[in-house]
Design a protein around this ligand. Structure first.
Ligand SMILES: [Zn+2]
Length: 389
């Protein structure tokens, strides 16, 4: 009798433990819902919402446009970046921004250094960018440390850019990894994630928010975070609508699009998506794309350039580095005040280019050559050995 009672107690106890661990992993605090009495205030806390930060009216809110490119940076795709992004200015006289989510394999770090010194944002997109996508779905915190925490160290070292300048990340295939990626962000002092798409909050659009409290964002590519991460920002990918109304996170992933040789139709397609933001709640508008798509379709590139020209001529729209959007949301000011602020500053760095190779890689036995701004590594830098020591 006594032993049955004890067994029942043990079962109840273990069920309670199982319940806890099903929401968050050990050592993490479950995120509580954000309610009207929740104390969460800028600059360091913001609940997920389509409300304009600072309670501004749409007409007084700067319309931010973030152009981002993913994956490796090399001698081929830099041509497009130089041709389309360099020497471009917003209506406030400040240089236009763009953000590069860089993956390590085949990346030329001398060119990363060049992009950084042009004032663009360098962010993380993993060391391996490996397939299959399920690798990322199942990735543990330890895996994510080796892919992103180590990549921050690697990027700063090989491209010779300040460690502190690297603030953002995007996971390959936009595959969320639950709490794991955010644990790594906390540990490695990363400030925002730009992986999480929303199709439910596009009109009005979802603004960036922190993970102090439970997110109300739709989880398109689960698992999404369930724990509380005070001060870590989510910059949602507010999806576009293609010609049939099907959502797409990346411009090159839109399915029902105008003919890719029809510049005018593409220009209109881009502007129609932009207007949902500009004529709505002015949630930041993203142009998320891979360079290969632009170089394959010159008419689309011309439409993209025309769109940037349009934005750069609008008095209240600004093409900025993704991180600058987070900066603004922390301290939201109306457009007239924003325009009076000084332009972004960064610490220029130099690069003494070195060509290194052949460098053997332990993961596939191949030899690689690298262009970097530091002493040559012994082997090809990879997951678990980010500096190639
Ligand atoms: Zn990618």
């Amino acid at each position: 009798m006594k032993s049955i009672g004890l067994l029942a107690l043990l079962l109840v106890a273990s069920a309670a433990i199982a319940d806890d661990s099903s929401s968050v992993e050990e050592g993490l605090v479950p995120a509580e819902p954000c309610t009207p009495d929740t104390k969460c205030e800028l600059p360091n806390c913001r609940c997920s919402s389509t409300n304009i930060p600072g309670g501004l009216l749409p007409r007084n809110t700067p319309q931010f446009v973030t152009v981002t490119f993913d994956d490796g940076i090399n001698v081929n795709n830099i041509i497009t970046y130089r041709n389309t992004l360099y020497n471009r200015f917003n209506s406030n006289g400040c240089p236009a921004g763009a953000t590069f989510y860089v993956s390590h394999e085949y990346t030329n770090y001398v060119i990363v250094n060049e992009l950084y010194n042009q004032g663009f944002e360098i962010a993380l997109h993993s060391i391996s960018h490996r397939t299959p996508q399920t690798y990322w779905l199942e990735a543990t915190t330890e895996d994510m440390k080796k892919e992103f925490g180590d990549q921050k160290i690697q990027m700063a070292h090989l491209a010779n850019i300040p460690y502190e300048s690297i603030k953002g990340m995007r996971i390959p295939f936009l595959q969320m990894t639950g709490n794991a990626s955010f644990e790594v962000m906390k540990e490695y002092d990363l400030e925002y994630d730009c992986t999480w798409p929303t199709t439910a909050h596009t009109n009005p659009g979802l603004w960036p928010y922190t993970l102090d409290y439970a997110s109300t964002q739709d989880c398109i590519v689960p698992p999404c975070p369930t724990a509380s991460f005070p001060g870590l920002w989510v910059k949602p990918l507010v999806t576009w609508s293609d010609l049939q109304g099907v959502p797409c996170s990346f411009v090159d992933a839109c399915f029902f699009t105008p003919d890719r040789t029809d510049e005018d139709a593409w220009y209109e397609f881009i502007v129609t998506n932009f207007e949902r933001h500009y004529l709505g709640n002015r949630a930041p508008f993203g142009f998320f794309v891979h360079e290969a798509f632009l170089s394959a379709w010159p008419a689309v590139t011309r439409a993209f350039v025309r769109f940037m020209d349009l934005v750069n001529n609008l008095p209240d729209a600004f093409m900025v580095n993704a991180h600058e959007v987070i900066d603004w949301v922390k301290n939201p000011v109306p457009t007239d005040k924003y325009k009076a602020q000084s332009c972004r500053r960064f610490i220029p760095t130099n690069c003494t280019p070195r060509s290194c190779g052949p460098l053997n890689s332990s993961h596939n036995g191949m030899d690689y050559w690298m262009q970097i701004c530091n002493v040559c590594p012994r082997v090809y830098p990879w997951v678990g050995n980010p500096l190639g020591l």
